[in-house]
Design a binder for this molecule. Structure first.
Ligand SMILES: Cc1ncc(COP(=O)(O)O)c(C=O)c1O
Length: 405
């Protein structure tokens, strides 16, 4: 049993009362929003709306204070050394793209290597690839072993090539695998690499301690952590953030501009060109304050209970092929019905108002390695109930019968 009160947690989310017929298991794509976040957004736009860092008036000064308080709230949650190490972006994708662009122009030279893993989301592949060819930088990939875990001896071998950057996901969005991140980052640091973590799924599974973890950069999106869409974070150690070439120019990111030359502002403004998503930042801070009321280890064990219920039920459904690991899984199960197209399974579940995702989950190279055309993903959140998992198992059983007939 778990001590976590899932029913009470669920009460915070108005979606479930508004749409009582739906079972929402697409949480790796995005999560629902608690009252605390919705009210913060509403209150900001109704009562506090103003731009930040520029107005001489009181409203703008107030908006600036709220925006900077949101930054401090996030800094404290992830235990960054100072608020200026938290750069607001539109999400993980934007953070990784800023990072790849910024490092290519300063740190990386032709012939340098970047190391990623076979479990990466496209955002942690393509953002690097976009520049590799032009800058003559080589992208290496840590392969999988027969259990679909990262091959640790191959990783050690690849580290002997002295990659300048090692960029790893914390949790595979496609399989739910939790990487042995602490040891891998330590090994990467020992090999002299700059370390990057794609925490889009990881931050939902575990509260990061960025002064403990050997991560130079950590990226995440608000919307996977009960916050709004369009807001995310690029965390970086100050000395390294200062070396990044800004991807976007304009607005408050400058110090001086002439037609021949511009100099840049201090952190964090240097990497936040244009009007930021002010309400989004406040909403993300509200999400973080909300989730901070709950015990992460209790949420983890509740998610394990959901997984176990799902696992046990799947044993009774013929033809199920599970791709995800059951150990060290952050609450994401990807599977197929033998011989059936994943989209057909998802369509039948959709008819029963069960929201799942089918396809290759923005991880095409991983699906190529698994020689699988796609799969159905069930991603659990702490507001999901055991009864929903049971209903989902029934719906899967029916889907299997329909497709077999
Ligand atoms: C592991 C991982 N990285 C990156 C992303 C991209 O996040 P966003 O679309 O919020 O920028 C996702 C989104 O699913 C993800 O799961």
């Amino acid at each position: 049993m778990s001590d976590f009160n899932a029913a009470a947690f669920r009460q915070h989310f108005p979606f479930f009362a508004a749409q009582p017929d739906w079972i929402y298991l697409d949480n790796a794509a995005t999560t629902h929003k608690p009252f605390a976040v919705l009210e913060t957004l509403d209150h900001f736009y109704r009562q506090q709306n103003s731009n930040v860092h520029r107005g001489a008036h009181k409203l703008s000064q107030m908006a600036t204070i709220l925006y900077e308080e949101a930054r401090s709230c996030i800094q404290q949650y992830v235990n960054a050394a100072e608020p200026a190490e938290i750069i607001f972006t539109s999400g993980t994708t934007a953070a990784l793209n800023q990072l790849a662009f910024g490092l290519m122009h300063t740190v990386l030279k032709p012939g340098d290597r970047i190391l990623i893993s076979a479990l990466e989301h496209h955002a942690n592949i393509v953002s690097w690839q976009l520049h590799c060819q032009r800058f003559g930088v080589i992208l290496d990939v840590i392969p999988l072993d027969s259990q679909l875990q990262l091959d640790q001896s191959a990783f050690e071998q690849l580290l002997t090539l002295h990659p300048k950057v090692v960029s790893l996901t914390q949790v595979s969005n496609a399989l739910g695998t939790v990487l042995p991140l602490a040891s891998m980052l330590q090994a990467a640091k020992a090999a002299g690499a700059i370390t990057v973590v794609d925490g889009a799924q990881g931050i939902v599974w575990d509260k990061p301690d960025l002064q403990q973890l050997a991560a130079d950069f950590y990226c995440f999106s608000g919307h996977k952590l009960y916050g709004p869409t369009g807001i995310g974070v690029l965390y970086g150690k100050r000395a390294l953030l200062e070396r990044l070439t800004p991807l976007l120019g304009g607005g408050e990111m400058i110090e001086q501009v002439s037609f021949s030359h511009s100099s840049f502002n201090h952190l964090p403004a240097r990497l936040e060109a244009g009007t930021p998503h002010i309400a989004g930042a406040l909403g993300l801070a509200a999400a973080i304050r909300f989730i901070s009321q709950f015990d992460v280890s209790q949420i983890k064990s509740y998610k394990r209970l959901l997984l176990k219920t799902f696992h046990d039920g799947l044993q009774h459904i013929p033809g199920i092929v599970v791709l995800s690991p059951w150990q060290d899984n952050a609450g994401i199960v990807t599977l197929n019905l033998q011989g059936e197209h994943s989209a057909d399974v998802a369509t039948l579940l959709n008819e029963q108002r069960i929201a799942v995702r089918a396809g290759r989950h923005c991880a095409m190279p991983l699906f190529d390695l698994m020689a699988t055309a796609g799969a159905v993903r069930f991603a659990f959140a702490p507001y999901n109930q055991i009864s929903e998992v049971e209903q989902c198992l029934k719906a899967l059983t029916q889907a299997a019968e329909i497709l077999a007939s």
